[in-house]
Write a protein that binds this ligand. Sequence first.
Ligand code: NAD
Length: 501
Amino acid sequence: MSQLPAIGHLIDGKIVTPDSRAQDVFNPATGQAEKRVLLAEKATVEQAIASAQAAYPAWRNTPPLKRARVMSKLKNLLEEHADELAALITAEHGKVLSDAMGELQRGIENVEYASYAPELLKGEHSKNAGPAIDSWSEFQALGVTAGITPFNFPAMVPLWMWPMAVACGNTFVLKPSERDPSSTLRIAELALEAGLPAGVLNVVNGDKVAVDTLLTDPRVKAISFVGSTPIAEYIYATGCAHGKRVQALGGAKNHAVVMPDADVPNAVNALMGAAYGSCGERCMAIPLVVAVGDAVADAVIAGLKTEISKMQVGPGTAPGMDMGPLVTKAHFEKVRGYVDQGVKEGATLVVDGRGLKVAGHADGYFLGPCLFDNVKPGMVIYQEEIFGPVLGVVRVKTLQEGMDLIDAHEYGNGTCIFTRDGEAARYFTDNIQVGMVGVNVPLPVPVAYHSFGGWKRSLFGDLSAYGPDAVRFYTKRKTITQRWPSAGVREGSVFAFPSSR
Ligand code: NAD
Protein backbone atom coordinates (compact mmCIF):
# COMPACT_ATOMS: atom_id res chain seq x y z
CA MET A 1 0.00 0.00 0.00
CA SER A 2 1.45 3.36 -1.05
CA GLN A 3 2.18 5.92 1.68
CA LEU A 4 1.65 8.85 -0.69
CA PRO A 5 -1.24 11.22 0.14
CA ALA A 6 -4.39 10.25 -1.75
CA ILE A 7 -6.35 12.71 -3.89
CA GLY A 8 -10.03 11.76 -3.66
CA HIS A 9 -13.28 13.03 -5.16
CA LEU A 10 -15.69 15.79 -4.12
CA ILE A 11 -19.17 14.31 -3.99
CA ASP A 12 -22.21 15.88 -2.37
CA GLY A 13 -20.09 18.52 -0.68
CA LYS A 14 -17.58 16.11 0.88
CA ILE A 15 -14.17 14.76 -0.06
CA VAL A 16 -14.49 10.96 -0.37
CA THR A 17 -11.78 8.35 -0.83
CA PRO A 18 -13.46 5.05 -1.71
CA ASP A 19 -11.35 1.94 -2.42
CA SER A 20 -10.38 1.97 -6.10
CA ARG A 21 -7.58 1.91 -8.59
CA ALA A 22 -5.13 4.82 -8.22
CA GLN A 23 -2.21 6.33 -10.08
CA ASP A 24 0.84 8.32 -9.05
CA VAL A 25 0.97 12.08 -9.54
CA PHE A 26 4.52 13.28 -10.21
CA ASN A 27 6.37 16.51 -9.66
CA PRO A 28 7.77 17.02 -13.20
CA ALA A 29 10.70 19.08 -11.92
CA THR A 30 12.01 16.23 -9.77
CA GLY A 31 10.52 13.15 -11.44
CA GLN A 32 9.28 12.02 -8.01
CA ALA A 33 5.78 10.71 -7.28
CA GLU A 34 4.37 12.94 -4.54
CA LYS A 35 0.67 11.99 -4.41
CA ARG A 36 -1.72 9.34 -5.66
CA VAL A 37 -4.96 10.16 -7.40
CA LEU A 38 -7.89 7.80 -7.03
CA LEU A 39 -9.41 6.62 -10.31
CA ALA A 40 -13.18 6.56 -9.88
CA GLU A 41 -15.02 3.36 -10.70
CA LYS A 42 -18.44 3.47 -12.36
CA ALA A 43 -20.32 3.35 -9.03
CA THR A 44 -18.48 6.42 -7.72
CA VAL A 45 -19.28 8.42 -10.85
CA GLU A 46 -22.91 7.32 -10.61
CA GLN A 47 -22.95 8.57 -7.02
CA ALA A 48 -21.70 11.96 -8.23
CA ILE A 49 -24.34 12.08 -10.96
CA ALA A 50 -27.05 11.17 -8.41
CA SER A 51 -25.86 13.97 -6.14
CA ALA A 52 -25.98 16.47 -9.04
CA GLN A 53 -29.44 15.18 -10.00
CA ALA A 54 -30.74 15.62 -6.45
CA ALA A 55 -29.31 19.15 -6.15
CA TYR A 56 -30.80 20.28 -9.49
CA PRO A 57 -34.45 21.18 -8.68
CA ALA A 58 -33.59 23.58 -5.84
CA TRP A 59 -30.61 25.08 -7.67
CA ARG A 60 -32.60 25.60 -10.89
CA ASN A 61 -35.18 27.55 -8.89
CA THR A 62 -32.61 29.61 -6.99
CA PRO A 63 -32.86 33.21 -8.28
CA PRO A 64 -30.07 33.87 -10.81
CA LEU A 65 -28.85 36.80 -8.73
CA LYS A 66 -28.26 34.49 -5.75
CA ARG A 67 -26.42 32.02 -7.99
CA ALA A 68 -24.36 34.92 -9.33
CA ARG A 69 -23.43 36.07 -5.83
CA VAL A 70 -21.77 32.71 -5.22
CA MET A 71 -19.62 33.40 -8.29
CA SER A 72 -18.69 36.87 -6.98
CA LYS A 73 -17.62 35.35 -3.66
CA LEU A 74 -15.68 32.64 -5.46
CA LYS A 75 -13.82 35.28 -7.49
CA ASN A 76 -12.70 36.93 -4.24
CA LEU A 77 -11.67 33.61 -2.71
CA LEU A 78 -9.67 32.65 -5.81
CA GLU A 79 -7.82 35.95 -5.63
CA GLU A 80 -7.11 35.43 -1.92
CA HIS A 81 -5.83 31.89 -2.56
CA ALA A 82 -3.93 32.69 -5.77
CA ASP A 83 -0.46 31.88 -4.37
CA GLU A 84 -1.60 28.55 -2.96
CA LEU A 85 -3.35 27.60 -6.22
CA ALA A 86 -0.42 28.62 -8.43
CA ALA A 87 1.90 26.52 -6.25
CA LEU A 88 -0.39 23.48 -6.69
CA ILE A 89 -0.43 23.97 -10.47
CA THR A 90 3.35 24.28 -10.68
CA ALA A 91 3.96 21.28 -8.42
CA GLU A 92 2.01 18.92 -10.71
CA HIS A 93 2.10 20.56 -14.15
CA GLY A 94 5.60 22.04 -14.03
CA LYS A 95 4.88 25.45 -15.56
CA VAL A 96 6.64 28.44 -14.00
CA LEU A 97 4.77 30.24 -11.20
CA SER A 98 4.17 33.46 -13.17
CA ASP A 99 2.54 31.37 -15.91
CA ALA A 100 0.42 29.48 -13.36
CA MET A 101 -0.73 32.88 -12.02
CA GLY A 102 -1.60 33.93 -15.58
CA GLU A 103 -3.78 30.88 -16.17
CA LEU A 104 -5.48 31.36 -12.82
CA GLN A 105 -6.22 35.01 -13.59
CA ARG A 106 -7.80 34.03 -16.94
CA GLY A 107 -9.90 31.45 -15.08
CA ILE A 108 -10.99 34.08 -12.54
CA GLU A 109 -12.18 36.26 -15.42
CA ASN A 110 -14.51 33.41 -16.46
CA VAL A 111 -15.90 33.30 -12.91
CA GLU A 112 -16.40 37.07 -13.09
CA TYR A 113 -18.31 36.67 -16.37
CA ALA A 114 -20.49 33.98 -14.77
CA SER A 115 -21.44 36.52 -12.10
CA TYR A 116 -23.24 38.50 -14.87
CA ALA A 117 -25.63 35.54 -15.34
CA PRO A 118 -28.83 37.39 -14.37
CA GLU A 119 -28.20 39.87 -17.19
CA LEU A 120 -27.21 37.13 -19.65
CA LEU A 121 -30.29 35.00 -18.91
CA LYS A 122 -32.89 37.75 -19.34
CA GLY A 123 -34.36 36.28 -22.52
CA GLU A 124 -36.32 37.93 -25.33
CA HIS A 125 -39.81 39.41 -25.26
CA SER A 126 -42.23 40.59 -27.96
CA LYS A 127 -45.46 42.30 -27.04
CA ASN A 128 -48.31 42.06 -29.56
CA ALA A 129 -46.65 39.35 -31.63
CA GLY A 130 -50.26 38.80 -32.84
CA PRO A 131 -53.59 40.34 -31.85
CA ALA A 132 -53.30 40.64 -28.07
CA ILE A 133 -50.68 37.91 -28.18
CA ASP A 134 -47.38 38.23 -26.36
CA SER A 135 -44.45 35.97 -27.07
CA TRP A 136 -41.19 35.43 -25.24
CA SER A 137 -38.21 33.14 -25.22
CA GLU A 138 -36.52 32.07 -22.05
CA PHE A 139 -33.33 30.09 -21.56
CA GLN A 140 -33.87 27.17 -19.24
CA ALA A 141 -31.21 25.04 -17.58
CA LEU A 142 -30.55 21.57 -18.97
CA GLY A 143 -30.14 19.57 -15.74
CA VAL A 144 -26.98 17.62 -14.90
CA THR A 145 -24.08 18.68 -17.13
CA ALA A 146 -20.50 17.39 -17.18
CA GLY A 147 -16.99 18.46 -18.12
CA ILE A 148 -13.80 16.56 -18.95
CA THR A 149 -10.60 18.59 -18.93
CA PRO A 150 -6.94 18.33 -20.04
CA PHE A 151 -3.72 18.55 -18.03
CA ASN A 152 -2.33 21.73 -19.53
CA PHE A 153 -4.65 24.24 -17.81
CA PRO A 154 -5.83 22.46 -14.66
CA ALA A 155 -7.30 25.66 -13.17
CA MET A 156 -8.39 27.68 -16.20
CA VAL A 157 -10.10 25.13 -18.45
CA PRO A 158 -12.44 23.74 -15.75
CA LEU A 159 -13.29 27.41 -14.99
CA TRP A 160 -14.27 27.82 -18.67
CA MET A 161 -17.02 25.29 -17.99
CA TRP A 162 -18.66 24.81 -14.65
CA PRO A 163 -19.07 28.44 -13.44
CA MET A 164 -21.20 29.29 -16.49
CA ALA A 165 -23.03 25.95 -16.32
CA VAL A 166 -24.04 26.42 -12.68
CA ALA A 167 -24.70 30.17 -13.05
CA CYS A 168 -27.23 29.15 -15.74
CA GLY A 169 -28.98 26.88 -13.20
CA ASN A 170 -27.44 23.49 -14.04
CA THR A 171 -25.57 21.14 -11.76
CA PHE A 172 -22.22 19.73 -12.80
CA VAL A 173 -19.91 16.71 -12.62
CA LEU A 174 -16.29 17.54 -13.46
CA LYS A 175 -13.64 14.98 -14.44
CA PRO A 176 -10.23 16.74 -14.36
CA SER A 177 -6.99 15.44 -15.82
CA GLU A 178 -5.54 12.64 -13.71
CA ARG A 179 -2.04 14.05 -14.26
CA ASP A 180 -2.48 17.27 -12.22
CA PRO A 181 -5.81 17.20 -10.35
CA SER A 182 -5.00 19.05 -7.09
CA SER A 183 -5.65 22.68 -8.09
CA THR A 184 -8.94 21.71 -9.77
CA LEU A 185 -10.16 19.97 -6.62
CA ARG A 186 -9.03 22.82 -4.37
CA ILE A 187 -10.98 25.33 -6.47
CA ALA A 188 -14.10 23.16 -6.09
CA GLU A 189 -13.62 23.26 -2.30
CA LEU A 190 -13.39 27.07 -2.49
CA ALA A 191 -16.67 27.08 -4.43
CA LEU A 192 -18.31 25.31 -1.46
CA GLU A 193 -16.81 27.92 0.85
CA ALA A 194 -18.28 30.61 -1.44
CA GLY A 195 -21.74 29.16 -0.78
CA LEU A 196 -22.30 26.69 -3.64
CA PRO A 197 -24.74 24.12 -2.20
CA ALA A 198 -23.55 20.51 -1.87
CA GLY A 199 -24.12 18.50 -5.06
CA VAL A 200 -24.22 21.48 -7.44
CA LEU A 201 -20.58 20.81 -8.36
CA ASN A 202 -19.09 17.34 -7.95
CA VAL A 203 -15.55 16.41 -8.94
CA VAL A 204 -14.61 12.84 -9.82
CA ASN A 205 -11.01 12.01 -10.55
CA GLY A 206 -10.38 9.19 -12.95
CA ASP A 207 -9.71 7.91 -16.42
CA LYS A 208 -11.65 6.37 -19.32
CA VAL A 209 -13.91 4.44 -16.91
CA ALA A 210 -15.17 7.71 -15.40
CA VAL A 211 -15.43 9.44 -18.77
CA ASP A 212 -17.40 6.59 -20.34
CA THR A 213 -19.84 6.59 -17.42
CA LEU A 214 -20.51 10.31 -17.95
CA LEU A 215 -20.87 9.79 -21.71
CA THR A 216 -23.48 7.05 -21.43
CA ASP A 217 -25.52 7.90 -18.31
CA PRO A 218 -28.94 9.22 -19.41
CA ARG A 219 -29.09 11.65 -16.48
CA VAL A 220 -26.22 13.69 -17.98
CA LYS A 221 -27.68 16.13 -20.52
CA ALA A 222 -24.59 17.88 -21.88
CA ILE A 223 -20.85 17.32 -22.05
CA SER A 224 -18.06 19.86 -22.47
CA PHE A 225 -14.67 18.40 -23.35
CA VAL A 226 -11.23 19.92 -23.89
CA GLY A 227 -8.28 17.71 -24.82
CA SER A 228 -6.60 16.03 -27.77
CA THR A 229 -8.38 15.60 -31.11
CA PRO A 230 -8.69 11.77 -31.18
CA ILE A 231 -10.36 11.82 -27.74
CA ALA A 232 -12.46 14.88 -28.66
CA GLU A 233 -13.78 13.03 -31.69
CA TYR A 234 -14.58 9.97 -29.55
CA ILE A 235 -16.34 12.12 -26.92
CA TYR A 236 -18.38 13.91 -29.58
CA ALA A 237 -19.47 10.72 -31.36
CA THR A 238 -20.26 8.78 -28.17
CA GLY A 239 -21.98 11.66 -26.38
CA CYS A 240 -24.14 12.50 -29.43
CA ALA A 241 -25.01 8.81 -29.90
CA HIS A 242 -26.34 8.90 -26.34
CA GLY A 243 -28.53 11.91 -27.06
CA LYS A 244 -26.40 14.53 -25.31
CA ARG A 245 -25.46 18.02 -26.33
CA VAL A 246 -21.67 17.95 -26.82
CA GLN A 247 -18.92 20.48 -27.42
CA ALA A 248 -15.48 18.88 -27.78
CA LEU A 249 -12.44 21.09 -28.23
CA GLY A 250 -9.39 19.32 -29.63
CA GLY A 251 -5.74 19.80 -30.54
CA ALA A 252 -3.95 22.40 -32.60
CA LYS A 253 -0.96 23.32 -34.74
CA ASN A 254 -0.93 27.09 -34.87
CA HIS A 255 1.03 28.98 -37.53
CA ALA A 256 2.40 32.52 -37.14
CA VAL A 257 2.98 34.34 -40.43
CA VAL A 258 5.83 36.85 -40.41
CA MET A 259 5.57 39.31 -43.31
CA PRO A 260 8.60 41.02 -44.91
CA ASP A 261 7.51 44.37 -43.40
CA ALA A 262 7.09 43.02 -39.84
CA ASP A 263 8.88 44.59 -36.89
CA VAL A 264 11.22 41.60 -36.56
CA PRO A 265 12.64 42.17 -33.04
CA ASN A 266 9.11 42.54 -31.64
CA ALA A 267 7.85 39.55 -33.63
CA VAL A 268 10.78 37.47 -32.32
CA ASN A 269 10.02 38.44 -28.71
CA ALA A 270 6.35 37.60 -29.20
CA LEU A 271 7.24 34.25 -30.79
CA MET A 272 9.54 33.31 -27.91
CA GLY A 273 6.72 33.42 -25.35
CA ALA A 274 4.20 31.84 -27.73
CA ALA A 275 6.48 28.94 -28.67
CA TYR A 276 8.26 28.18 -25.41
CA GLY A 277 5.92 29.56 -22.71
CA SER A 278 4.48 26.70 -20.65
CA CYS A 279 7.03 24.49 -22.45
CA GLY A 280 4.85 24.65 -25.57
CA GLU A 281 2.05 22.81 -23.76
CA ARG A 282 -0.71 25.21 -24.81
CA CYS A 283 -3.38 24.64 -27.43
CA MET A 284 -2.79 28.25 -28.53
CA ALA A 285 1.03 27.89 -28.59
CA ILE A 286 2.85 28.78 -31.81
CA PRO A 287 4.90 25.75 -32.93
CA LEU A 288 5.23 26.95 -36.57
CA VAL A 289 6.49 30.19 -38.09
CA VAL A 290 5.65 30.85 -41.73
CA ALA A 291 8.26 33.34 -42.90
CA VAL A 292 7.39 35.19 -46.12
CA GLY A 293 10.68 35.55 -48.01
CA ASP A 294 14.17 34.34 -47.17
CA ALA A 295 15.31 37.73 -45.81
CA VAL A 296 12.71 37.73 -43.05
CA ALA A 297 13.23 34.00 -42.40
CA ASP A 298 16.97 34.57 -41.86
CA ALA A 299 16.34 37.56 -39.60
CA VAL A 300 13.75 35.68 -37.51
CA ILE A 301 16.03 32.63 -37.11
CA ALA A 302 18.95 34.84 -36.06
CA GLY A 303 16.76 36.70 -33.55
CA LEU A 304 15.29 33.50 -32.11
CA LYS A 305 18.77 31.95 -31.71
CA THR A 306 19.93 34.96 -29.71
CA GLU A 307 16.85 35.03 -27.50
CA ILE A 308 16.91 31.26 -26.91
CA SER A 309 20.49 31.52 -25.65
CA LYS A 310 19.24 33.87 -22.90
CA MET A 311 16.40 31.63 -21.73
CA GLN A 312 16.33 30.32 -18.16
CA VAL A 313 15.04 26.75 -17.95
CA GLY A 314 14.54 25.09 -14.58
CA PRO A 315 12.02 24.24 -11.89
CA GLY A 316 8.89 26.38 -12.13
CA THR A 317 9.22 27.37 -8.47
CA ALA A 318 12.68 28.95 -8.89
CA PRO A 319 12.67 32.73 -9.36
CA GLY A 320 13.37 34.10 -12.82
CA MET A 321 12.64 30.93 -14.79
CA ASP A 322 11.16 31.28 -18.29
CA MET A 323 10.34 27.62 -18.85
CA GLY A 324 9.85 24.55 -16.67
CA PRO A 325 9.77 20.83 -17.43
CA LEU A 326 7.34 18.83 -19.56
CA VAL A 327 4.43 17.27 -17.69
CA THR A 328 5.37 13.58 -17.55
CA LYS A 329 8.23 11.25 -18.47
CA ALA A 330 6.14 9.69 -21.24
CA HIS A 331 5.39 13.11 -22.72
CA PHE A 332 9.05 14.14 -22.43
CA GLU A 333 10.07 11.04 -24.39
CA LYS A 334 7.39 11.63 -27.01
CA VAL A 335 8.47 15.25 -27.58
CA ARG A 336 12.17 14.30 -27.73
CA GLY A 337 11.19 11.62 -30.27
CA TYR A 338 9.66 14.32 -32.49
CA VAL A 339 12.96 16.22 -32.45
CA ASP A 340 14.78 13.01 -33.54
CA GLN A 341 12.14 12.55 -36.24
CA GLY A 342 12.57 16.12 -37.54
CA VAL A 343 16.31 15.56 -37.93
CA LYS A 344 15.67 12.28 -39.79
CA GLU A 345 13.17 13.99 -42.07
CA GLY A 346 15.77 16.56 -43.12
CA ALA A 347 14.70 19.72 -41.30
CA THR A 348 17.66 21.83 -40.08
CA LEU A 349 18.00 21.67 -36.29
CA VAL A 350 19.32 25.16 -35.49
CA VAL A 351 19.00 24.87 -31.69
CA ASP A 352 19.06 21.42 -30.07
CA GLY A 353 17.60 21.31 -26.55
CA ARG A 354 17.93 17.55 -26.14
CA GLY A 355 21.11 17.67 -24.10
CA LEU A 356 19.84 20.11 -21.46
CA LYS A 357 20.85 19.32 -17.88
CA VAL A 358 19.32 21.22 -14.97
CA ALA A 359 21.60 21.15 -11.94
CA GLY A 360 20.07 19.26 -9.02
CA HIS A 361 17.17 18.01 -11.17
CA ALA A 362 18.65 15.05 -13.02
CA ASP A 363 15.35 13.15 -12.95
CA GLY A 364 13.16 16.11 -13.97
CA TYR A 365 11.48 16.10 -17.40
CA PHE A 366 13.47 19.00 -18.83
CA LEU A 367 13.90 19.50 -22.54
CA GLY A 368 15.60 22.67 -23.71
CA PRO A 369 14.05 24.89 -26.39
CA CYS A 370 14.48 23.44 -29.90
CA LEU A 371 14.39 25.36 -33.18
CA PHE A 372 14.10 23.91 -36.69
CA ASP A 373 14.59 25.72 -39.99
CA ASN A 374 13.43 24.40 -43.38
CA VAL A 375 10.41 22.57 -42.03
CA LYS A 376 8.26 21.36 -44.92
CA PRO A 377 4.58 20.44 -45.14
CA GLY A 378 4.36 16.66 -45.21
CA MET A 379 7.01 16.22 -42.50
CA VAL A 380 5.64 14.62 -39.32
CA ILE A 381 6.94 17.60 -37.29
CA TYR A 382 4.88 19.88 -39.53
CA GLN A 383 1.71 17.81 -39.50
CA GLU A 384 1.39 16.58 -35.91
CA GLU A 385 0.80 18.42 -32.67
CA ILE A 386 4.07 18.07 -30.69
CA PHE A 387 2.95 19.97 -27.56
CA GLY A 388 6.49 20.73 -26.47
CA PRO A 389 9.20 23.42 -26.77
CA VAL A 390 9.83 22.78 -30.46
CA LEU A 391 9.47 25.64 -32.96
CA GLY A 392 9.75 25.10 -36.72
CA VAL A 393 10.24 27.70 -39.44
CA VAL A 394 8.63 27.14 -42.84
CA ARG A 395 9.87 29.33 -45.69
CA VAL A 396 7.34 30.56 -48.27
CA LYS A 397 7.48 33.17 -51.03
CA THR A 398 4.10 34.89 -50.66
CA LEU A 399 1.38 35.52 -48.09
CA GLN A 400 -1.05 33.53 -50.23
CA GLU A 401 1.31 30.51 -50.21
CA GLY A 402 1.45 30.72 -46.41
CA MET A 403 -2.32 31.04 -46.11
CA ASP A 404 -2.87 28.05 -48.40
CA LEU A 405 -0.65 25.98 -46.08
CA ILE A 406 -2.59 27.08 -43.00
CA ASP A 407 -5.93 26.37 -44.67
CA ALA A 408 -4.79 22.90 -45.75
CA HIS A 409 -3.79 21.90 -42.21
CA GLU A 410 -6.21 19.61 -40.36
CA TYR A 411 -6.31 21.92 -37.32
CA GLY A 412 -7.72 25.43 -37.22
CA ASN A 413 -7.43 26.59 -33.63
CA GLY A 414 -5.34 29.79 -33.65
CA THR A 415 -3.06 31.73 -35.96
CA CYS A 416 -1.53 35.18 -36.21
CA ILE A 417 0.18 37.52 -38.61
CA PHE A 418 3.02 39.92 -37.87
CA THR A 419 2.92 42.86 -40.26
CA ARG A 420 2.66 46.65 -40.51
CA ASP A 421 0.48 46.37 -43.63
CA GLY A 422 -3.19 46.87 -42.78
CA GLU A 423 -4.37 45.57 -46.12
CA ALA A 424 -2.49 42.28 -45.71
CA ALA A 425 -3.74 41.93 -42.13
CA ARG A 426 -7.33 42.54 -43.19
CA TYR A 427 -7.08 40.05 -46.05
CA PHE A 428 -5.61 37.50 -43.62
CA THR A 429 -8.23 37.92 -40.87
CA ASP A 430 -11.04 37.92 -43.42
CA ASN A 431 -10.07 34.77 -45.30
CA ILE A 432 -8.01 32.45 -43.12
CA GLN A 433 -9.81 29.22 -42.15
CA VAL A 434 -8.99 29.39 -38.44
CA GLY A 435 -11.23 30.21 -35.47
CA MET A 436 -9.04 32.61 -33.46
CA VAL A 437 -6.80 35.06 -35.27
CA GLY A 438 -4.22 37.57 -34.02
CA VAL A 439 -2.71 40.60 -35.74
CA ASN A 440 0.63 41.25 -34.04
CA VAL A 441 -0.87 39.28 -31.13
CA PRO A 442 0.77 35.86 -30.84
CA LEU A 443 -1.74 34.19 -28.47
CA PRO A 444 -5.15 35.52 -29.51
CA VAL A 445 -7.00 33.78 -26.67
CA PRO A 446 -10.40 35.52 -26.51
CA VAL A 447 -11.26 37.39 -23.31
CA ALA A 448 -13.93 35.90 -21.04
CA TYR A 449 -16.76 37.95 -22.57
CA HIS A 450 -16.09 36.57 -26.06
CA SER A 451 -15.99 32.81 -26.69
CA PHE A 452 -13.14 30.39 -27.38
CA GLY A 453 -13.18 27.89 -30.22
CA GLY A 454 -11.18 26.65 -33.17
CA TRP A 455 -12.32 25.47 -36.59
CA LYS A 456 -11.82 22.23 -38.51
CA ARG A 457 -10.56 19.33 -36.34
CA SER A 458 -9.89 21.65 -33.39
CA LEU A 459 -13.56 21.71 -32.35
CA PHE A 460 -16.39 19.21 -32.72
CA GLY A 461 -19.77 20.80 -32.11
CA ASP A 462 -21.48 24.06 -32.91
CA LEU A 463 -20.79 26.30 -29.95
CA SER A 464 -17.50 27.55 -28.55
CA ALA A 465 -16.41 27.49 -24.93
CA TYR A 466 -17.19 30.19 -22.32
CA GLY A 467 -18.52 33.71 -22.96
CA PRO A 468 -21.84 34.24 -24.78
CA ASP A 469 -21.73 30.79 -26.45
CA ALA A 470 -21.68 29.18 -23.00
CA VAL A 471 -25.08 30.70 -22.17
CA ARG A 472 -26.48 29.04 -25.29
CA PHE A 473 -24.65 25.75 -24.68
CA TYR A 474 -25.78 25.34 -21.08
CA THR A 475 -29.43 26.36 -21.64
CA LYS A 476 -32.27 25.39 -23.92
CA ARG A 477 -34.56 27.93 -25.45
CA LYS A 478 -38.26 27.72 -24.65
CA THR A 479 -40.62 30.03 -26.51
CA ILE A 480 -43.98 30.84 -24.99
CA THR A 481 -46.90 32.39 -26.90
CA GLN A 482 -49.73 33.71 -24.73
CA ARG A 483 -53.06 35.51 -24.96
CA TRP A 484 -55.89 36.10 -22.53
CA PRO A 485 -59.19 36.31 -24.44
CA SER A 486 -61.83 38.50 -22.85
CA ALA A 487 -64.13 36.46 -20.67
CA GLY A 488 -67.48 35.70 -22.27
CA VAL A 489 -66.48 36.61 -25.85
CA ARG A 490 -67.10 33.61 -28.15
CA GLU A 491 -64.41 33.08 -30.80
CA GLY A 492 -64.85 31.06 -34.01
CA SER A 493 -62.53 28.33 -35.18
CA VAL A 494 -59.75 29.33 -37.56
CA PHE A 495 -58.58 26.69 -40.01
CA ALA A 496 -56.00 28.74 -41.88
CA PHE A 497 -52.48 28.55 -40.48
CA PRO A 498 -52.15 31.42 -37.99
CA SER A 499 -50.17 34.32 -39.42
CA SER A 500 -50.06 38.09 -39.23
CA ARG A 501 -51.35 38.46 -42.81
P1 NAD B 1 -6.13 14.08 -23.51
O1 NAD B 1 -7.04 14.05 -24.69
O2 NAD B 1 -5.13 13.01 -23.34
O3 NAD B 1 -7.00 14.08 -22.15
C1 NAD B 1 -8.05 14.98 -21.95
C2 NAD B 1 -9.07 14.34 -21.00
O4 NAD B 1 -9.60 13.16 -21.62
C3 NAD B 1 -8.48 13.90 -19.67
O5 NAD B 1 -9.38 14.24 -18.64
C4 NAD B 1 -8.32 12.41 -19.82
O6 NAD B 1 -8.46 11.71 -18.60
C5 NAD B 1 -9.43 12.04 -20.77
N1 NAD B 1 -9.09 10.87 -21.61
C6 NAD B 1 -7.86 10.54 -22.09
N2 NAD B 1 -7.94 9.41 -22.82
C7 NAD B 1 -9.24 9.03 -22.83
C8 NAD B 1 -9.94 7.95 -23.42
N3 NAD B 1 -9.32 7.04 -24.17
N4 NAD B 1 -11.27 7.87 -23.23
C9 NAD B 1 -11.92 8.78 -22.49
N5 NAD B 1 -11.30 9.82 -21.89
C10 NAD B 1 -9.98 9.96 -22.07
O7 NAD B 1 -5.44 15.53 -23.52
P2 NAD B 1 -4.27 16.06 -22.57
O8 NAD B 1 -2.99 15.42 -22.96
O9 NAD B 1 -4.69 16.06 -21.16
O10 NAD B 1 -4.23 17.60 -23.03
C11 NAD B 1 -3.50 18.07 -24.13
C12 NAD B 1 -4.37 18.19 -25.36
O11 NAD B 1 -5.47 19.06 -25.09
C13 NAD B 1 -3.64 18.79 -26.53
O12 NAD B 1 -4.03 18.11 -27.70
C14 NAD B 1 -4.16 20.23 -26.58
O13 NAD B 1 -4.10 20.85 -27.83
C15 NAD B 1 -5.56 20.03 -26.14
N6 NAD B 1 -6.14 21.26 -25.62
C16 NAD B 1 -7.05 21.90 -26.40
C17 NAD B 1 -7.59 23.08 -25.98
C18 NAD B 1 -8.60 23.79 -26.81
O14 NAD B 1 -9.23 24.69 -26.29
N7 NAD B 1 -8.81 23.43 -28.07
C19 NAD B 1 -7.21 23.63 -24.74
C20 NAD B 1 -6.28 22.93 -23.96
C21 NAD B 1 -5.75 21.74 -24.41
